[in-house]
Write a protein that binds this ligand. Sequence first.
Ligand code: BG6
Ligand code: MG
Length: 216
Amino acid sequence: MKKGFVFDLDGVITDTAKYHFIAWQALAEELGITIDLAFNEQLKGISRMESLERILAFGHQAEKFTEQEKQALAEKKNTHYVELLQSLTPNDLLPGVKAFLDQAKALNIPCAIASASKNAPFILEKLGVKEDFQAIVDPNTLSKGKPDPEIFIKACQLIQVQPSDAIGFEDAQAGIQGIKAAGMYAIGVSVGEPLDGADQIIHSFTEITAKELQQR
Ligand code: BG6
Ligand code: MG
């Protein structure tokens, strides 16, 4: 019997990967680095600074900037990204998400967000679902990012559910690894790309109900 649900945000609740990509691509262009959508896949689930490091390494510019300059570059990308987020509305929830959250609420199953994004509370507010989550892990409190299980273990603690009694939802390979390493049941949300190690793959939340998952 499962007693808690833990969700990644970007790519699971809403499709913000496209906005991350637009903002990273613009910054990379300024630095003379060209990134494409295939490269963007690598940035899913990875923190802002780690994403910047990967882009700089890809462009052979890893050694070019001081720590302070890198902070400024990441801040610039984030300002652009937050501008793009202003247009988000509840219509940007991925299909079936709101119905699934309502089902969880009716069953008294607590829900938590385990996202590397420092913009998660703002995004959830724009989507009109912030109140549907009993906990949002603050990525500033973590010592390691995904694929480390820390964020998922913390989410389970916040909703007072044992990891073995929780289900995690992820669209990134690093996230699936983290969920499994935490000892949870992993559902991969995939629109085509392979997700190794997931216990179950769905394309959208319209394919599942909270009631049937409670029995897993
Ligand atoms: C994750 C995204 O959810 O959040 C990553 O998949 C992103 O692509 C990370 O880098 C950090 O997001 P933010 O909003 O704190 O820059
Ligand atoms: Mg994601």
